[in-house]
Design a protein around this ligand. Structure first.
Ligand code: ZN
Length: 769
């Protein structure tokens, strides 16, 4: 027994050593061209004569960056499947590539497949102007018909009937046109349509609306002579989808779903080849499940063989390209395999007749993917002090799991009593405690592919106190709502955290007037909603339907869009309310000035902020746009006002007046402030390095696609801390900045989202000290 065992081991080692001659997996040797749409800097003209092109752009987020991020992730997975990857634009080389070059790269390399990655943006007309259409969403995949004639591939250019004969117009890669009898060509639409359909269905399974596989004549799908598709993964103009598309984990899932569809495409191709030329025509390799978790057993079984006794079978399993299991020729056509680690597994069965002299007479492959069950790394709250009626955000940070959807459940306990249960798929609980006491929140996570009730749980405890003094809008700052999710209509009496989110959003937009938020859709909420609906030409019935949510999201999004200084003056209320007092150069408070308002008082405010060094525009206007807001926020922060929300209230006016007065006195005394340390953040860059100490000042979140001096400062800081390894910093937040930031966040136990928010900036500053 022992002797036999040793012999088997030796044999296995010998086989592992000769692994360079192992047989191919499904995608081994397949040349796949990955084409990230757009690229380069629009201000630069590249060697090929083309200016850079960012593709669709929303909120300073560029399509080219999302495309390349997906391409990079996709290439890693396809390489694991055994494919050879050819890029039209390398992941770390953001340059302009012409459409002709992209096609040439594919055709001249005799590639097996061409995949172009893009993302969409929808526009609509509103009062004759182009505005974002936030409602359109979903994923779509395009392909073009092609034709095989005399063993060569041609572009299909339509058909004509002359007499009784139908001709097909075709065109080769060089542009030469031919007219051939239809009976002499093979129209190869199927391949491409099948590929497009597999890919669009696969991506849609992640929760994207399925817009289908569509026939189209895009240049890259038209002139490439191999199966080719152009993927529009999602709509950047849809706020929810934009969030998904810029999320690194979601990009990974999209990449995986594309790779998985490509794999199944080749599986289908092999199946049909087998039916035509196969040794055993009906041979099938059944896998009990293509996606399993570590610890689960996968059963591999051959099927479709009429007389199993006539053959012997050999099985080989590769993981991430390496042979990890092999069982030499014998009578077993079925095995149970128990993988002990996550990864991509390729299975190959070799079959030969018992008396065959060949290495094998037939072979068949398949793959399966092993994941680790998800586990909750940490659960955290967004503030240390929690007060009654003040929203708290609790976030579960999960690692591992499959590429599929994760579901979360939060049980909120006050003492021993279960107060509420919230289920969602984003892992974030927004909750407003209504009473004091000891709270406990238990978070459960479950992978969609898992058969357990839940895969992991973790809890967090916090104490809720009653706040002595509620300052105006204090909660708004901590709960900066970026967008709302529609899940149901909200109306008078509705209850839930979605009501709180609605109140926060309406407060941010200036419609919700109550000082505190709640879980209940009350009179104040109703008043805010109807006012909002009236102002935005919606049905003012006080019911928050999908349309109202979309409008709110659109305006929230506009709030974030920079560079509104050239906007036209649309409202003219309050032109004589807040005026500059000429004699003392002071502002007079009469109304709250905030983003979106217009009037002479806005101009006076801008003059004052300019004078104090916070606003760096050449000419002041009567419109309160985002640069004014940024300047106000910077002013409020620098002067330690209780709220830095960019809304100019009485206390802000008082502080401005105080500093104007001081400045006037200093000017008279001919004194110069040489240190300049009291006003750290000036002008329209919202985050600046102060002196040599190098500290960052937070005023806006920085993420992939953001541009500005503050990005350069962030890069400088990450460089100093050893996370960013570039020689020169730039003002653009690209993938390497994101990678560096994620590394920093991970090393410092922050939420790893690649976004420099207030917490991350705070910790960076601590480390810089
Ligand atoms: Zn595009």
């Amino acid at each position: 027994m022992l002797k036999f065992y040793r012999k088997v081991t030796c044999l296995l080692i010998a086989m592992l050593m000769s692994s360079n001659i192992v047989f191919a997996g499904m995608l081994d040797g397949k040349k796949i061209v990955l084409d990230a749409g757009h690229g380069g800097d629009p201000k630069i003209r590249y060697e090929n004569g083309k200016y850079g092109d960012v593709g669709a752009s929303v909120n300073n987020i560029y399509e080219k960056n999302i495309n390349i991020a997906i391409v990079e992730k996709l290439s890693n997975i396809l390489k694991n499947f055994g494919a050879d990857i050819i890029y039209t634009r390398e992941p770390n080389n953001d340059v302009a590539v012409t459409l002709e070059e992209r096609v040439k790269i594919a055709n001249s390399n005799l590639a097996d497949m061409f995949i172009s990655i893009h993302n969409n943006k929808a526009i609509k007309k509103e009062n004759g102007k182009d505005v974002l259409n936030t409602e359109v969403s979903g994923t779509e995949v395009f392909y073009t018909k092609y034709v095989e004639y005399n063993g060569k591939h041609y572009i299909y250019k339509g058909e004509v009937k002359e007499g009784n004969i139908v001709y097909v117009n075709i065109q080769d890669v060089e542009g030469n046109k031919l007219k051939v009898e239809k009976t002499k060509v093979k129209i190869l639409e199927e391949d491409r349509r099948n590929l497009a359909k597999l890919v669009v269905d696969s991506i849609a399974s992640l929760g994207f609306k399925n817009r289908g596989a569509k026939q189209s004549e895009y240049y890259v799908t038209r002139y490439t002579t191999m199966p080719s598709i152009l993927i529009e993964a999602g709509f950047m103009s849809n706020p929810e989808e934009l969030k998904k598309l810029t999320n690194s984990e979601m990009q990974q899932k999209i990449a995986f779903k594309i790779a998985d569809a490509v794999y199944r495409y080749y599986e289908d191709v092999e199946k049909s080849n087998r039916l035509m030329n196969g040794f055993i025509k009906n041979l099938k390799l059944n896998i009990s499940s293509r996606y399993i978790f570590v610890g689960q057993v996968v059963t591999l079984k051959l099927d479709g063989i009429e007389n199993f006794d006539e053959f012997v079978y050999k099985v080989q399993i590769k993981k991430d390209g390496q042979v990890i299991y092999e069982k030499d020729y014998g009578n077993d056509f079925s095995i149970n395999f128990n993988p002990d680690s996550e990864g991509f597994y390729d299975v190959n069965y070799f079959i030969k007749k018992k008396d065959s002299e060949n290495e094998y007479d037939d072979k068949i492959g398949a793959n399966f993917i092993v994941f680790k069950l998800p586990s909750i790394k940490s659960i955290s709250a967004d503030s240390e002090k929690v007060y009654v009626d003040k929203p708290i955000k609790i976030k579960a940070d999960v690692e591992n799991g499959s590429y599929d959807v994760m579901s979360y459940k939060f049980d909120v306990y006050l003492g021993q009593k279960l107060v509420t249960t919230v289920s969602n798929s984003d892992g974030i609980l927004q909750y407003v405690p209504k009473a004091e006491g000891e709270y406990r929140v238990i978070c459960y996570v479950k992978d969609k592919l898992s058969s357990s009730q839940f895969d992991d749980k973790k809890e967090i405890k916090f104490k809720v106190e009653r706040q002595q003094e509620t300052s105006r809008g204090a909660s708004i700052n901590d709960n900066d709502i970026k967008r709302l999710l529609y899940s149901r209509d909200l109306s008078m009496g509705s209850q839930g955290t979605d009501v709180t989110a609605l109140q926060l959003a309406l407060k941010k937009l200036g419609y919700y007037k109550a000082n505190t938020t709640s879980l209940v859709f009350d009179n104040a909420t109703y008043a805010a909603v109807t006012e909002f609906q009236k102002a935005n030409a919606l049905k003012d019935n006080g019911t928050v339907d999908r349309q109202t949510i979309n409008k709110i999201n659109e305006l929230l999004m506009n709030l974030e869009v920079k560079n509104t200084s050239n906007q036209t003056n649309t409202t003219n209320s309050g032109t004589n309310i807040g005026v500059f007092n000429n004699s003392s150069q002071q502002l007079t408070y009469t109304r709250i000035l905030k983003y979106g308002v217009s009037g002479q008082d806005v101009k006076k405010l801008q003059d004052a902020l300019k004078k104090l060094g916070y606003l760096k525009i050449t000419a002041t206007t009567t419109y309160f746009g985002s640069s004014t807001k940024a300047a106000v926020v910077a002013f409020q922060k620098a002067n330690k006002l209780p709220v830095a929300d960019g809304m100019v209230d009485k206390s802000t006016i008082n502080k401005i007046n105080e500093l104007l007065k001081k400045q006037a006195t200093q000017n008279t005394a001919n004194k110069v402030d040489t240190k300049g340390t009291t006003t750290p953040s000036r002008g329209n860059t919202s985050q600046t390095l102060v002196n040599n100490k190098i500290q960052l000042v937070y005023t806006r979140p920085l993420r992939l696609g953001t541009s500005g001096q503050d990005v350069k400062n962030l890069q400088e800081a990450l460089k100093r801390l050893g996370y960013l390894k570039i020689t020169t910093t730039t003002t653009f937040f690209g993938p390497s900045t994101e990678t560096a930031l994620r590394a920093f966040q991970s090393a410092n136990k922050l939420t790893v989202d690649g976004i420099a928010g207030p917490n991350t900036i705070k910790v960076i500053n601590q480390k810089l000290k």
